[in-house]
Each structure stands twice: as C-alpha cells, then as structure tokens.
Design a protein around this ligand. Structure first.
Ligand code: SF4
Length: 621
C-alpha cells in the first residue's frame, strides 16, 4: 500500500513497436481524476486540428479510473477515446467486463496507442514488459474466438479487448469487445482496425494500490450494505435494462420505425417477462455484485441455440422496435451477432432503420437492397444485412458508413431520414417526448449519445437539481448542464451509470479520496467543478476540430413533425431548440456562439488551452 496511489500512462507506438511509461502529473490527477478526464486531457493536447480519424496520427486512449480493480463495487468499467471516424469530433465508448481492472493491475490508468502497425498485430503486456506481436492468425476471427485464442496462447490469467471483422473492415461504428461487453459508440473499434490492431492482451497478477487501505475497506463495506436493500440493485440483477422497453413505450419515449411514431403493435413480445423466459444466468463486470448482464439462450424455433449476454434496452429498441421487429429471438440473435462481429448495435440498428424508411418511401429500390424486401418487421432481412455491414458487402458497404454519410452519398433528400446528431445515431429516447433529452443529444460532444447528459429528471423522475416537466419547451438548459457535469465526474471515476444511484454521490466522493489519497476529491462542489472542467475541455476539443453552435442540433424531424401515435406524448415537437441552447450555454459559461468565455476558462483552470486553439479544422457540414 502507498500513500499516493495511481497515475501512470503507458504509451505504445505501433509504427515503431516502442513502449514508454510516464507519470500522470499530480495536478492532472487532482483536476481530472482519471477515466474520461485523463482521456480528454491527453487527447486535447496531442491531437491537433487536421488529424484524420483513420490515419496513423490519430491516438486511441484506453483509460481506467482510480477505483478500477479495487473491491469497490461497480467501478471497473473502462473507456476508449479517440477522434471519432463517425463524427470527426471527440469519440468515447464505455466498455465493461474485466479489461479495465486488468489495465489497472498492469499499473496503468491510461494506455495511449499511437501510429499504425505495418501488419495485423496485437499488444501483449506481461509483468512490466510489452511487445507488439503478429495477429495474422487472429485476423478475420470473431471477438469470442480471438479472446479464447489469446487466453490459450498466453494463459488463463490473460484478459483482452479486441475487435471483430467489423473493425478490421473499417465499418465506421465498430466496437471494442471484452468478454461479451462492448465499448460501442463512436467507432473506437474502427480506430483500432485502422491501426492494424486486433487486440490488447494483458497477463498480470491481480494487485492494485490503495492510498488509505483501512478507511477504504470500511467505505466498501458501507457501499455493500447500501446495495443490499436498494431497489436498483435487485431490479438490475433480476432483469438488467430489459424492463425498460414496455415502460418507455407507455411513456411515448420508445421511437418506432425510425422515429416516425411511438406505438408498436406487439410491443409486449419485447417485454421483460418474455426475456425472462429465456434467461439462463447473470453476468457482471469485475467487482460488481449487481451482475446486471442477462444471459439469454433461445431454446427452440428458427433461432434455437443463439446465446447472448443481453440484449439491453438500447439493442431491444434499435434492432427490434425501431425496425418494427417484435420477434424476441431474432433480437437475441442479432445482439449476439453484433457482439461477435464487433458492431455498435445502436448505429447498426439506426443505419438499417434509415434504409428501411428510404425503402418505405421509394427512395431506395429493391435493385439497391441486395434483393431484400426492407419492410418494417422483416427480421430476416435485418439479420442478413447485419452480416453484410460487418463484411462491407452489397448494401452493407454503404450502410457501414453510418446513416449520415450514406444519406449524403444517396442524395435526393435522404439526409432528412438519418436520425443522428453530428453523425452519430441517436439512442432509444424520443426527443419530442422529453425535450431536455433532445437538448442533451444536441449538445453531446460525441453526437447522438443517450448517456452523456441523460435527462433522468424527465425519464426517471429524478428531482436533483429540480423536477422538470418533460413536455415543457424551455427552462431546461441548467438541468442538462448539471447532468453533463455529473456524468463527466461519473466517467472520470468510471462509476457505472446503472449502479451510481445505489452508491450515491457522497460515498463515491469518499471512495475516490481514500483510494487516491487526494482529500479534496471528497468534496461534492470540488467534483462538480471537475465535471465542468472535463465537459468544457471536450467542447474545446470539438471547437478546435471545426465544430460550433450549428452542429448542436437535432434531425429536422424532431423540430418540424409533431410526434404521432405516442400515447401521452402524441403531438409533441421540439419547438424551441435555440432557446434551450442559449440556456445551456449560459449555464456552462459559454458565449451564445457556444464558445467557453475567457472567464469560464480562467475559473476552471483552462486558460492554458488558449495556446492550442489557433488552428481549427474547416469541416463540411
Ligand atoms: S451494474 Fe452491470 S454494467 Fe454496471 S458494473 Fe455492474 S455488471 Fe457492469
């Protein structure tokens, strides 16, 4: 045990095969905590304007938080960050399983991967020594085969994060996979593929430093006691997020047929009770007694034998209801397929729903669909097209670019039907039925993310900082800014979004202080400032890479078409996006153009960024 634990960076250059280590400076640890905070700090400094996301000059940061690998519960997820090939903005994806803990056991908070290997390769780290090894025999293998091969080659103590065929084939929304858990969004697996990097494998004993061990273990006991009676813990263990489909559908929040309406005939076939019938077990990330992962196995019928660690709500929606599909077993099969191929299920589903709507409107002909009848509810077509996307064949070649790029290639007004922000497809929450969520999508630095500043005041009835009427057209900017700061702290600590309610903000703060030995992390106002700093630095990254107020927007459908057939949300439309943006910028300390003001930069200790902002990307909108 030490008095000052954590804070090391491993730099791996794939072009040269070199490894070097650095200490993360103490002031960076204090001001950014770890996780996403470290990721944006290093990427902001090291990725100038003009970097091509799929070029060797892009850098991929795999980051752990200070609590990874400890006995604290639900803090062992990990994050991948790079300039995103989907958006050209900052990209981030949150992964689960064991990899974050193993990165920390290896002694690192950050693995910063640079350059490009000359042939398919993987990074192997064992007991203080790294190598870039040949992955020729792994290339083309799915994510399960790859992880099994690496464990059998290097021993059962090995854990890895890898890409599947989708990442190798540069599908723009490829995921990085550990176990069956994916770091899905923004094409972080595509960045790995562009570097000829199949996997990162770590083979080390389990050991982690804790600055104040006695205090820490008493705090963990408190956390476990708090978990026992907490309803989120039992609900997530019992059903994961499968409970959400029916709940959100009844609220009018569940988008159907590419956000054309909010009611799906047969939604009960995708309800929690239906998934419970094929549940065969639970699965969890390292050091998490919630074990929210629901193992499902199809017992009979056309999809008999398909087994998946999921699907979670977002996948049930994206590859199910949003395509008009209510065939539970087809959704399980699609989820399993995406995990093995290494695909983001949200962007896959929404690239498909974009194409299904074009087909509905006669803008995509059967001669362009590989002969598929792309009618709503056609799950066989969906399953075949998932394969085509991963292997970039036929229509899959176009759809593997994501809905925005595909729309621009097709022209003819197709862009209207691409349900994305900044190039990243939206999550499963209808913005017209929760207008603060609409604002959260619009201002998310990574594009259409449902989790960046999720409007839980509207979606889950949260009352902090205050209650919000989800249909109100304005008066929400401060709440979304608050959410953005809170989630930024959460992703710096890498507190699992599902479990954070059970742990609570005060206990999280105490755990951070005890594990790092940095007393000021125990203060909530201090942590809020850290969250604001991280969110502002992400904003600055994007400004440098050519983004501005015009990019903080929603698909035109949301601001022009009243929502149809969505129960209590029927008729809603986002009427005052500009007002919401002004409110948000005011709360964040940004100008009305969305630029952090000089006062804000000074107050957050970000005045140093001025020297990095002289050159900016000039990008196509
Ligand atoms: S609640 Fe679920 S996602 Fe979160 S850490 Fe636990 S097992 Fe992983």
């Amino acid at each position: 045990m030490t008095q000052d634990a954590g804070g090391r960076l491993l730099r791996v250059n794939l072009s040269t095969g070199s490894f070097s280590q650095e200490a993360v400076p103490q002031e960076v640890r204090e001001q950014y905590i770890g996780g996403k905070g470290f990721g944006i700090y290093y990427l902001f400094r090291e990725l100038p304007s003009g970097v091509e996301p799929l070029g060797p000059e892009n850098k991929l940061a795999l980051v752990a938080g200070p609590l990874n690998g400890t006995t604290a519960q639900s803090f062992s997820r990990w994050i991948a960050m790079a300039k995103s090939p989907m958006t050209g903005a900052i990209g981030r994806a949150v992964g689960g399983g064991d990899f974050g803990a193993w990165l920390k056991f290896a002694g690192f908070d950050v693995m910063l991967i640079e350059g490009r290997a000359s042939r398919p390769s993987y990074i192997y780290w064992e007991n203080g020594h790294g190598e870039v090894l040949d992955a020729g025999d792994l290339w083309g293998h799915d994510t399960e085969e790859t992880q099994v091969s690496l464990a059998s080659r290097h021993g059962p103590r090995t854990r890895s994060a890898c890409i599947g065929p989708a990442g190798e084939n540069l599908v723009r929304y490829a995921a990085i996979v550990c176990g069956r858990r994916t770091a899905s969004r923004c094409g972080m697996g595509t960045v790995m593929g562009s570097k000829n990097l199949k996997a990162v494998a770590i083979n080390v004993p389990r050991q982690v430093e804790v600055a104040r061990a006695t205090e820490f273990s008493s705090l963990v006991k408190q956390q476990i006691e708090a978990y026992k009676p907490h309803p989120v813990v039992s609900r997530m263990n019992k059903a994961g997020t499968t409970y959400a489909a029916l709940v959100f559908h009844n609220m009018g929040l569940f988008p159907v047929c590419n956000f054309q309406r909010g009611r799906l005939a047969g939604i009960e076939k995708l309800a929690v009770d239906e998934f419970a019938k094929v549940k065969v077990g639970n699965f969890g990330c390292y050091s998490c007694l919630i074990k929210c992962g629901q193992m499902h196995q199809v017992k009979d019928g056309a999809f008999a034998g398909h087994r998946s660690e999921g699907p979670e709500y977002e996948t049930i929606w994206a590859l199910g209801g949003n395509l008009g599909i209510t065939e539970r077993d087809a959704v399980i099969a699609a989820d399993s397929m995406c995990d093995l191929l290494g695909l983001d299920t949200i962007s896959t589903g929404l690239s498909l729903s974009f194409a299904y709507e074009l087909y509905q409107r006669g803008l995509l002909k059967r001669s362009q669909t590989d002969g598929e009848e792309m009618t709503w509810g056609n799950h066989q077509a969906m399953l075949r097209l998932v394969q085509s996307i991963a292997h970039r064949k036929g229509l899959g070649k176009l759809l593997g670019e994501g809905s925005l790029r595909a729309a621009r290639t097709l022209g003819n007004g197709a862009e209207y039907y691409a349900m994305q922000v900044k190039g990243l497809e939206l999550g499963g929450y209808e913005p017209r039925a929760a207008k603060g969520q609409g604002l959260a999508y619009a201002v998310s630095p990574i594009g259409g993310s449902h989790s960046y500043a999720r409007s839980d005041q509207e979606i889950a009835g949260d009352s902090l900082p205050r209650v919000v009427d989800r249909f109100a057209d304005e008066g929400k900017g401060d709440v979304i800014a608050f959410n953005h700061w809170q989630r930024s702290v959460g992703e710096a600590a890498i507190s699992c979004i599902f479990a954070s309610r059970a742990t609570g903000r005060e206990l999280t703060a105490s755990l951070l202080a005890a594990v790092t030995g940095i007393d000021r992390l125990a203060g909530l106002p201090y942590l809020e400032k850290v969250g604001q700093r991280i969110a502002t630095l992400e904003r600055l990254f994007n400004i440098r890479h050519g983004f501005g107020r015009n990019d903080d927007t929603l698909p035109r459908r949301m601001t022009t078409e009243p929502l149809e057939d969505a129960g209590p949300a029927t008729g809603q439309v986002v009427r005052k996006l500009d007002t919401l943006l002004d409110e948000y910028y005011d709360a964040m300390g940004f100008s009305r153009q969305g630029l952090p003001t000089a006062d804000t930069l000074r107050e957050l200790g970000l005045a140093w960024t001025a020297g990095f902002m002289s050159a900016r990307d000039n990008r196509q909108r």
